[in-house]
Ligand binder design. Structure first.
Ligand code: BGC
Length: 847
């Protein structure tokens, strides 16, 4: 039987792996051989990973069985879906408990970059920035901050981490997830889960599975072969399960023809039977399609009981859903709660928030993940005249760009704009330091001049009392034919605005508030922002505006930009750049859940801004606060480019520290940056992305991310793993020590520069000649992050676990080891691999 064969093989492989031996050079402690040495995934080990709190056992079984006996049918059904929270804290979901039996209420909060509730929390850097550090230990610390804060802020379940792979550079949520690489993702998600759960919060890994884009996410049928599924997207989920993750969130989309939330193959066969998952599966918000989902493996519908409320009661009554299926789901939920000590009658005490510790971790992660993409002519670090005469340019140079929008948006404790941080840092460098600023692009608009309005009431920061309606009817006189952008900033219900009888803004909220947030959608003082660009002629236009105070009163502003203001902003930026010794230009790209990008270019007028500023001053560093890869036709004109993604509430100070060289940029790309729209793994075939007729096929197979660039021999703009340090490193003396089933890779990394610096040494492995399966030219097999003083060297050992040397064989429905001659590559990115050697991989002998 194939399954039996595969299990035996896997157990043999396991026997050979996971042991680190030997000593490191330079008297350093033996380097961590990488995450390959951590607990084997559940499928290999044949059990779920270590519970975060206490073991499920006979005691737990008996406690849960006793509760099941006492619960009424209605009480059971109540535990299987969300409800309105009588005392909401701003979290995404709520499940009322059963107080008479000591079953507590559950509050479920987003999110991946910090706890998303009404109250302030630590806004951590986006997960993609965390991932860029290639540091599982840091991922654990990140998880612990969110776990503790979640408990402190009254939450029980965290709807995080998101583990879907970065498959398409356009995907709106790429900042919320880790990487295009399955192994790196798997390593990091395990540690984030452990961190969250060590603090007593239940982690929910999401969105299971193949939710790799936002376009059509609630309807698309994603088709992927068995081998592709296992070698790409499933690795992260498997790893989260092995780490003991309490909950899994089913995705919106279909997987191979069946809704993810009612996909028996995914939920029962894969998740529970193969991986041994013992927790509960919750739907994504409104992703449940019927009561049949319960029998297929979904346990909890969110956010309400559309199907798992009255519908489920009826289905149980008419026998469509057996009571045993209902009991099974309740048992899974209660068993998990018991594991977290939540069924004891007196739930564990909630800790106080430690905002200072959260801020420290936020800064540490932002520095560790900062990716220096380019640095020529000694542009960075800023020192000497560059530090004394600096121009900061760009809207996000002034306003802090803390996090992306959607359900990952966090209300930060605090946040400075980069200008403040850079001024403070420059003043420390030199008393006479001068830091000037130019907006470059106006995101929030200017007030309409009173002279342009007749009558001329102030339309900037107007307040309408609760229950009142305020209407303005008048004439707006424009000085020129131009492209005018009108912006409304508001609280509550959006004011209706019409120009010459045509609606510009309707009173209906166009975008669900759930997706609000982010840079463009929210003014620095928190008001919601909407904008509309129109070609308007010179002269008088009838303006009508109606604002409603609603229950809480309303604030609003009507603002504008035009071709003329845009040109003036550009000119001012160029003048400011020219007058300074060097420039730091902050560029943004505002991503959010619910929509994909349509281009990889910088949005708005930013491309023109970068071109004009770099032409005026070539000592320009572009800092990218973007969500994923960006095309850079302007790259050659820059002095440096620093990728900071969404750097969290401490992002400004972290960015300043890296720019001034207080910290070495320690991050490396966890996704490949393409040279252009149309030259990346999902380009050129609409079936691949975004899908045709509601169906999408992963025809690139196992070649996700860098594997595709290698297979197609496409030169990227920046390869996976790329990132510069302020010092230089040399790789020396590669030795391969094959053990049965696995590999130990040893080499020396030497700091050949003049500064202390951080390197992420990377190990890749080529295909096996013995497998008749599609294989990547190189897979990431391990990595090791290390910091070295100038002139120092360290011997590094990386263990390559059998899983990395294996492929998924769809004929056997199992992992098979890629035996025979395998080439191992070592270096500092997927395309800069100076060391190479070959060894023979053999199966471990039968015991
Ligand atoms: C998102 C989830 C999120 C949920 C609750 C959904 O739209 O896809 O990631 O956890 O909303 O906010």
């Amino acid at each position: 039987m194939p399954e039996a064969v595969s299990r035996r093989t896997v157990m043999r492989l396991l026997g050979a792996a996971g042991v680190v031996t030997g000593a490191a050079g330079c008297g350093a402690p033996l380097p961590d051989a990488g995450p390959g040495t951590r607990a084997a995934p559940a499928e290999e080990a044949g059990r779920a990973g270590p519970p975060a709190t206490r073991p499920a056992g006979p005691g737990s079984e008996a406690r849960v069985a006793a509760l099941l006996e006492k619960l009424t049918l209605d009480e059971k059904i109540g535990l299987l879906h969300g409800a309105r929270d009588p005392a909401p804290l701003g979290q995404a979901g709520y499940v009322p408990g059963v107080p008479r039996l000591g079953i507590p209420d559950l509050r479920l909060a987003d999110g991946p970059a910090g706890v998303r509730v009404t109250a302030r929390a630590t806004a951590l850097p986006a997960p993609v920035l965390l991932a860029s550090a290639f540091d599982p230990g840091l991922a654990r610390e990140y998880g612990r901050v969110i776990g503790r804060e979640g408990r402190a802020l009254g939450q029980d379940v965290l709807l995080s981490p998101m583990v879907n792979l970065i498959r398409t550079p356009y995907a709106g949520r790429n900042f919320e997830t880790f990487s295009e690489d399955p192994k790196l993702t798997a390593d990091l998600v395990a540690e984030v889960v452990r961190g969250i759960q060590e603090e007593g919060l239940v982690a929910t890994v999401k969105h299971y599975a193949l939710n790799n884009q936002e376009q059509g996410r609630t309807t698309v049928d994603v088709v992927a072969s068995e081998q592709t599924l296992h070698e790409t997207e499933l690795r992260g989920f498997e790893s989260a399960v092995a780490a003991g993750c309490g909950s899994v969130m089913g995705a919106y989309n279909k997987v191979n023809g069946t809704w993810a939330c009612e996909n028996r193959q995914l939920l029962e066969e894969q998740l529970r039977t193969r991986w041994g998952f013992t927790g509960w599966v919750v739907s994504d918000w409104d992703a449940t399609h019927g009561t049949a989902a319960l029998t297929a493996g979904l346990d909890m519908e969110m956010p309400g009981g559309t199907h798992f409320g009255a519908g489920l009661r009826k289905a149980v009554a008419d026998g469509t859903v057996p009571v045993t299926a209902l009991d099974r789901s309740v048992r899974r939920i209660l068993t998990t709660l018991d594991r977290f000590g939540l069924l004891d009658g007196k739930p564990p005490a909630r800790p106080a928030r430690d905002a200072a510790a959260g801020a420290r971790t936020a800064r540490k992660v932002a520095v560790a993940g900062a990716v220096l993409l380019r640095n020529v002519r000694g542009t960075l670090p800023l020192a000497g005249p560059a530090a004394r005469g600096l121009a900061v340019i760009g809207p996000t140079g002034g306003v802090p760009f803390v996090s992306g929008g959607g359900s990952a948006h966090v209300v930060p404790d605090r946040a400075d704009g980069p200008l403040t941080a850079l001024r403070a840092r420059a003043a420390r460098a030199a008393k006479d330091a001068k830091v000037t600023y130019a907006l470059g692009e106006d995101l929030y608009g200017r007030p309409l001049r009173a002279a342009a309005l007749s009558p001329a009431p102030a339309l900037d920061d107007r307040r309408v009392a609760a229950g009142r309606t305020w209407t303005y009817e008048g004439v707006l006189t424009l000085p020129a034919d131009d492209e005018w952008t009108l912006l409304v900033h508001y609280t509550g219900r959006r004011p209706a605005v019409a120009l010459d009888g045509k609606e510009v803004f309707s009173a209906q909220p166009g975008v669900p508030e759930h997706f609000a947030g982010g840079l463009l959608g929210t003014a620095p003082d928190g008001l919601t922002v909407r904008r509309r660009t129109l070609r308007l002629t010179k002269g008088a236009h009838r303006l009508r505006l109606t604002a409603q105070g609603g229950a809480a009163g309303q604030r609003f502003r009507l603002r504008h930009t035009s071709g003329a203001t845009r040109a003036a902003d550009l000119d001012a930026a160029v003048r400011t750049a020219r007058a300074a010794h060097s420039v730091v230009l902050f560029a943004y790209e505002d991503a959010t859940e619910g929509r994909d990008r349509t281009t990889l270019a910088l949005p708005g007028g930013q491309q023109r801004l970068v071109e004009a500023v770099t032409a005026a001053n070539p000592r320009t560093t572009v800092v990218l606060n973007t969500s994923s890869s960006t095309t850079m036709p302007w790259l050659a004109a820059t002095g440096a480019v620093l990728q900071m993604y969404y750097p969290g509430q401490e992002g400004a100070a972290a960015t300043a520290a890296v720019l001034f060289g207080d910290e070495d940029p320690g991050g490396r790309l966890t996704q490949t940056f393409p040279t252009a729209d149309g030259v990346h793994p999902v380009a050129g075939d609409p079936v691949r992305y975004p899908g045709v007729g509601g169906r999408q096929e992963y025809t690139e197979g196992i070649h996700v991310g860098h594997r595709w660039y290698d297979a197609q021999r496409v030169v990227p703009l920046f390869p996976f793993g790329h990132g510069l340090s302020y010092t230089t490193f040399r790789y020396e003396d590669l030795r391969l020590l094959p053990g049965p089933g696995g590999l130990r890779v040893e080499f020396t990394v030497r700091n050949t520069g003049k500064r202390r610096g951080t390197e992420v040494a990377q190990v890749y492995v080529g295909p096996s000649p013995d497998l008749r399966l599609d294989q990547a030219l190189r897979v990431l097999a391990g990595y090791h992050r290390l910091t070295l003083a100038p002139g120092r060297a360290r011997r590094v050992a990386v263990t390559v676990e059998p899983r990395t040397l294996s492929s998924w064989d769809p004929a056997r429905h199992a992992w098979v080891l890629g035996t025979g001659s395998r080439t191992v590559y070592v270096g500092r990115s997927s395309r800069e691999l100076p060391l190479r050697a070959t060894t023979v991989v053999r199966e471990a002998p039968d015991r």
